[in-house]
Design a protein around this ligand. Sequence first.
Ligand code: HEC
Length: 135
Amino acid sequence: MQFKIKILLFWLLVIACQDNLNNDSDSLSDSSTGVDTSRYSDVETLFANQCYQCHSEKEYSFYALNLDSYENIMAGSQNGQVVIPNDPINSMLYLKCAGEHSTGDRMPQGSPNYFDNNPDKLQLIYDWINFGCIE
Ligand code: HEC
C-alpha cells in the first residue's frame, strides 16, 4: 500500500512538472522578449527622452496629447484614446511609433528612424500596452 502511494505521488510530480514546462514554453512563444509583465515605469523614461518635448503639459502639446503622466496618456489626444489596453496593434500610440500608422508622421516626429534603430524601445511600448497598460 505504502509503495503504491509513493509511485502515485512520483507520477503526479512528473506530470505536474511537464505541465509547467509546457506552460513556460507557451508563454515564451507568445511574446518575443519573454517578459512576464510591464508597468508604466518601464516606458516613462522613453517618453521623457523622446516625446515630452512635444507632448507634455509644460511645452505645447501637439494634438492635445500629453505623455507626461499615466493619467494623461490614458486620457488620449483631441482625437480620443491613443492606447487600447491589451491591443497594441490597434493602438495609435504604438502604430505611430512602429511606422504602421495611416495619417501624419511617424513618431518621434523629426527622428523617423528612431525605433528602427532601437527596436528594444519599441518592444517596451508594445509590451506595456499588450500587458494591459498597468499603472
Ligand atoms: C518634434 C515634435 C514631436 C515629437 C518629439 C513627438 N511628437 Fe507625436 N506628434 C507631433 C505632432 C506635430 C503630431 C500631429 C501630427 C501627426 O500626427 O503627424 C503628433 C501626433 C502624435 C500622435 C497622434 C495623435 C492623434 O490623435 O492623432 C501620437 C500617438 C504621438 N504623436 C505619439 C508620440 C510619441 C509616443 C512620441 C515619442 C516617442 C512622440 N509623439 C514624439 C509632434 C511630436
